[in-house]
Ligand binder design. Structure first.
Ligand code: SAH
Length: 253
């Protein structure tokens, strides 16, 4: 079998934040598979086939990619950010696990990318400088109860929390409910950042605190970052304040 499947992270948006390996893998593919919006971020190449689909059809898309690779094509599956963070790489492995034996002999490569939390953190300063975690607020693939349990545990453990998928038309109330839960556990002054469309032309950043954070500030392109008790806000004469979390932790009482 000569087919190949590469799962490629496109980074947060800016071409300069796409890795050289990702650029190479995209150029070498005979077929590109992915969500329409992400495929639109890949330069057109003569002779290359594009298989665009809707956002929700991840497993179908993964199977389609595996079938093409099994037929000998060089397939690149694209994801935004890093393909292993709430994205296509897991969908491909789920499809392999449940699918044809022959798929396990395929040459599969995962090409990492700059995930939204790293792009957002770099834009803000260094809020992920100490222990942190990432939680998807989407309850499409897990019960909402589990999301709340994880938020509670993360806040109690003192992690900085990166919230992916904070809100969508189908999930309008979850971010508000998440803030309500966090307000029971964290001080009102806890820094909160809304980092929208980082590294894209429509980028927007808002830094506030937990008591003032409004869910309506977020949309589907926003990463919401909740600081820990250690996260500091450094105000400056011009420009947004910096957020950073020191590397060391004073012993807690
Ligand atoms: N694999 C992607 C995440 C996919 S989930 C990654 O590693 O970044 C989609 C969520 O990612 C969005 O709802 C948003 O929360 C976040 N996101 C993706 N790109 C972003 C960007 N440029 N700026 C801010 N958040 C982004």
């Amino acid at each position: 079998m000569t087919g190949r499947l590469t799962i490629v992270g496109l980074g947060p948006g800016d071409e300069a934040l796409k890795t050289s390996r990702a650029v190479e893998a995209l150029a070498a593919a005979s077929d590109l598979v992915g969500y329409h919006t992400y495929l639109a971020r890949v330069p057109e190449r003569a002779g290359q086939h594009r298989h665009g689909s809707d956002n929700r059809e991840e497993i179908t898309r993964a199977r389609e990619a595996l079938q093409l690779a099994a037929a000998g094509r060089h397939v690149a599956v694209v994801s935004s950010g890093d393909p292993g963070v709430f994205a296509m790489a897991s969908a491909v492995f789920e499809a392999i696990e449940a699918g044809e034996k022959a798929w396990r002999t395929l040459d599969v490569e995962v090409v990492p990318g700059v995930s939204a939390m790293f792009a957002a953190a770099a834009r803000l300063g260094a809020p992920l400088g100490h222990d942190f975690c990432a939680i998807s607020l989407s309850d499409n693939l897990k019960p909402w109860e589990v999301v709340l349990q994880r938020l509670t545990a993360a806040a109690e453990a003192g992690f900085v929390i990166a919230l992916y998928n904070p809100i969508s038309r189908a999930r309008p109330w979850q971010l508000g409910a998440a803030f309500e839960r966090l307000r029971l556990l964290l001080p009102p002054s806890t820094p909160v950042a809304f980092a929208r469309a980082i590294s894209r032309p429509d980028e927007r950043v808002l830094i506030t605190d937990l008591q003032s954070a409004m869910p309506a500030t977020a949309d589907m392109s926003t990463l919401v970052l909740i600081g820990s008790a250690e996260t500091r806000r450094l105000d400056r004469a011009s420009g947004d304040p910096w957020l950073y979390t020191p590397r060391s932790l004073e012993a807690r009482s």
